[in-house]
Each structure stands twice: as structure tokens, then as C-alpha cells.
Design a protein around this ligand. Sequence first.
Ligand SMILES: *[C@@H]1O[C@H](CO)[C@@H](O)[C@H](O)[C@H]1NC(C)=O
Length: 330
Amino acid sequence: METLKVFTQQELPACKPILTPGLVITTLISIGIIFVPIGLGSLSASEHVVEIIDRYDDACVPSNGDDEAAKSERLSFIQNVKTNKTCIRNLVIPKKMKHPIYVYYQLDNFYQNHRRYVKSRSDRQYQSPRFERETKTCDPESEIDDHTPIVPCGLVAWSLFNDTYRISTENDPIPINKKDIAWQSDKNSKFGSNVYPKNFQKQDPVGGGKLNESLPLSEQEDLLVWMRTAALPNFRKLYGRIETDLEANENITVVIQNNYNTYSFHSKKQLVLSTTTWIGGKNDFLGKAYITAGGICLFLAIAFILTYVIKPRPLGDPAYLSWNLNSKER
Ligand SMILES: *[C@@H]1O[C@H](CO)[C@@H](O)[C@H](O)[C@H]1NC(C)=O
């Protein structure tokens, strides 16, 4: 009973800080002093990231006009399995890039977060061969015409990205390491090491990349990366890692197999090469946000100092208020 009374009458022990100018000013100044250097540090780290972005989807098709004829020519080029989709891009390294250099593909305006798309998968099926037939959630890519299940089923797997990149300097190829690009937890538990692809991309329409039927799903890392669906329509996914340094002003050649059809919807394809620092890839936002927040705190601290320290009003003195009122009446 006693405790209830303490609770209902709000007599529980509590921290009730009194916001004196001194306390407020010290808090604001310390936040400012902590945040501004963090912001400057991350901004400079972001500045040190070397990033090359090359948009190739429009340059790697025969026609890139905007009229209907050009559009249908593009589509028939990309949909025809017989056309030569090899495309060569020459890039210059702007600044020395220290390894590891991450290779990403970036798709813009690709809604991997569409509700019916994200749900079109069967995590139980990917986990174990016992659940091979659990494809109810995978429509419209659950089974082929003879009613045997597709492994891995679902639209997400079906639309697997299938452009490939080979990079070389003038004389030597630069190997791209594609090991360990997926999440460890995906490899260890989400995708089974005894689940093998079956009936995958066997029937028209073919949505994207094919899988090696002799490798279990847990070792098909490109698939694992693709199946971790992006939350936003513009996203980057890891393709591989370059484990040698690239020198400034070096010319590199990228041989692209431009297979993936993003031409039927307005989408961009970009190849990204990027180094990293302790904050990850290039990201100015974090630094700017810290500097802004710290700056506002310092500004408020100065404003408080000016109003309360230089021209203070007596603290906690109600007489001061009534004196003001009375003085008006008089
Ligand atoms: C790549 O994906 C496209 C669909 O975007 C498909 O038409 C094409 O056949 C695939 N090519 C290869 C080589 O897997």
C-alpha cells in the first residue's frame, strides 16, 4: 500500500536537476567541444576516400536516344542472347588508391524494397533440402511446368544481377577477389551448405543471372549479396575486392559484360571503385551533421553566456517578478 502511494503521488526518488545557467552553459559547451572535433575528423576521413564512379548503362548499348525507336532498339539489343554485350571502359585513377579497393555495382531507381518483391522468397527452402517444396511464398517463381520446385525460389533470386567486370592495367590483369563478400551469418546459417540450385532460370522469362548447380547456395556469394535486399531504390552492392594498390594517373581498362536489363525501366547502372577509412566509404553527411550539432550548441552557449552571465536576473526570486508587475502598475 505504502509503495503504491509513493508511486501514485509521484514521490518516488527521482533526479530533478535544476537548470541553472551554469549547468546549461557547461553542458552546451561540452557537447560542442566533443562534437566539433568528431565532425572535423570524420569529414577529413571522408575526404581521404578515393572513389571512382562510372556510369556505363547508356554507353554500353548501341543507341541511347530518348525517342521510341531508340528505346526499342536498346531493348531488343539487351534481350537478345546472341548480341555481343562486351563493353570496354577506360578509367583513370585520380589519386593513389591503397588496397583493399572495393568494387561495387550501383543501381538507381531499382525498387528492391517493393512489398511483393521482398516477400517473394522462402528462407526455409534456402536453409535445408528438407524444405525444398516450401515455395508457397515464392510466387510467381515457385515451380516450373512439371511442378518440381525451383531452388532458390522467388523473385529476388530470379532477378539476380548478372553484369560482370574484368579489370586490367595496360599490361596486367588486376584480379578481383570475390571471396567473403557476403555476410558471414548468411553463409553460416541462412543459406544451407547442402542446398543446391535446381531448375533455376530454366524457363522463360529469364530474370537475371544463372547459378552453378554444383555449388551449394551458401557458397554462391553473389546471390547472398543480392538477396540481402536494399532498403532504398538507389543502392550499391559489393562485387569484389582488389587487393593491390593502384597508382595515381594509372589507366585501367574495365571489360564489362553488360547483361542485366535495366532498360525496360528508368534505371542507371554504375561501377564504383572505392577505398575505405575508419568511417567506411565516402560519406560527408556524418561529419557535417556532427559539426552542425556541435556548432549550434556552442552558439547557444555563447548566447546564454551573454544573457545570463553578463546581464543576469536574480535566480529563484519570485519577488523580482512581482516587483516587475508592481512597478508597471505604479
Ligand atoms: C542476364 O539477365 C538478363 C535479364 O536481366 C537475361 O535476359 C540474360 O539472359 C542474363 N544473361 C546471362 C548471361 O545470365
